[in-house]
Design a protein. Sequence first.
Length: 345
Amino acid sequence: MTQLEPPHSNRGVVIDKKNDLTTMVDYVRCSFKTHDVDLIIENILHIRKEYMQELESGFYGYIGTYQLEFIKCFYSSKLDTRGTLVEMSGQGCRQFEVFLKARNKTWLDFFNDCLALDGTFTRFDLAIDDRKTRLHIPALLNKAHRGEVVSRFDNYDFNGSGNLNDGLNKGTTIYFGSKKSEFYLCFYEKNYEQAKKLKLDVEEIGKWNRYELRLKNDRATECVKALLTAKDMSLVALQILNNYIRFVDAGESEDKSTWKMNRKWEKFIGEVGKLRLYVKPNSEFYLKSKNWLRNSASRTMKMVLEADKHLGTNQLSDMILEAEMTKKQEHMLDVMLADSEDMVC
């Protein structure tokens, strides 16, 4: 699939109107008992080690990290039984898809690689992006308030914001299930989140809901194994949703199990069942640094450039030529200039 290039003013947000309902891998965390970090980088990530930056610090008790921006491999001391841990956030998953594509592989190949080395998935998220907003999330919250939900979850939580002047909603998030449990759902208005993050008007983002299935530990590993059996990520997502939650319209009976399924929810579930796994490889590494330059330094650079033009000086170019890059920035440059095909092994 051709990678869509984001317009300059959109700051990296890609709107794919042809795929208005998509499901994708959105978070992966997999642990391995081995301390052989080279084995994990080469046989699991399949990324050449020289493109990974080593940090002498880590998270979750690990002592060090090899990372390629949002793709991370943590390692522990030889006496620590935790071994190594691979972690990819949503952005990391999009970046990893660049390397899957370069090797003509899929997420299923990655899952098989992990299990072949006795990997244990400690977190696995599936995300469904809805660009038509087939569901109105504030309306779903109202249904939850009224008890018009049949679910295996006992609890729900929510947060949101609004405008006191006009009373308009500015984003709603609902959590079904406990965030401390091994599985919960998160439904939220992604367009408001992105607008706030990128300092844009929500109209520039457009319609966008996200429905996330967040699994941990045994549930995460079970889900991955189910995906390998079904070879259909959307089918598995649909089965999980159907098993855990159903929105209904209130009926006369006190028995909610007899209430009719809400038509919008029924239609949405039907469409999810027809989805195929969507990949959106993003080869734009270190976009955060370039955004910082654009948002925080470009005005000052423009001022100095204009002064150079009028005064016949070269202050801006002199500053750039005299600057010395850090080792981290040199590594970032190597990654920016490399072809993804040359980075895989």
